[in-house]
Design a protein around this ligand. Sequence first.
Ligand SMILES: Cc1cc2nc3c(=O)[nH]c(=O)nc-3n(C[C@H](O)[C@H](O)[C@H](O)COP(=O)(O)O)c2cc1C
Length: 251
Amino acid sequence: MRIVVLNASSKKKGGASRCFSRILKLMLAGCQVTTVQVRNQSDHEDAFTEMEKADAVILSAPLYIDGIPAHLLEFLQQAEMMCREKNCSFRLYVLSNGGFVEGRQNKIHLKMYEAWCRHAGVTWGGGLGIGGGTILHVFCILLPILFVLRLIQVAAIFWTNGDISGGEIWNCMQGLCIYVFFLLGLLLHEGIMALGIRKGRTMKNHYTRVWMPSFLFLIGADIFMLLAALCNGTLPHKLFRKVYPDTEKNG
Ligand SMILES: Cc1cc2nc3c(=O)[nH]c(=O)nc-3n(C[C@H](O)[C@H](O)[C@H](O)COP(=O)(O)O)c2cc1C
């Protein structure tokens, strides 16, 4: 089974969309999976060549203003013609992730790809709408780092005491379980999608989110955004400044 993963994050490196498609790719171990970036015009030919031969295409895209990112629109227009010309017969699966916490924010975005399938003459395989994409991405990066740090802590205790009890290992590792819990919804739903892809089935759309209470998410997301703004050289008070278009200011 030939599977093509299209990473449609506008970011050159990293990005939540890339991270989520990598997790799905791990779950598709044993299948022939090729990954192509779709960021600009120069990527289109490579993507088309792979799509032509594919049994399943997985598109991982961020949600921009409740819809398809602009750089993907042009790609989809050209891909639609290519699919009709070459009689493509793949099934399209979509991972859509947004910054807001509710996975259902991605509902319309998924509907757009479903409609695209009808126009391009290919089969809709199903979609997963992911809420809290940015924070889930941060957890995906932090989890392996924390795991290694905890392992070092366990090794250090063993080194100094000459042995270590199960209780001490649990004390070191229990914090990690909270991170794993935050990611559980994403992992479970990606697992369901991977199963569907392997079986060549069309599934109904699913929605998931970072598994934490919304009020905690809001506090965490605000702190994260402030820190990100500071790292990019924007002072917090500038974030609240309203910028009016020239015409309104002059008028
Ligand atoms: C221009 C722009 C528009 C966005 N619009 C939305 C939106 O309407 N709803 C939402 O939940 N997130 C929105 N986001 C947040 C992104 O969907 C979110 O950060 C996503 O995880 C980015 O994925 P990436 O890292 O793969 O680019 C927007 C981000 C940008 C840059």
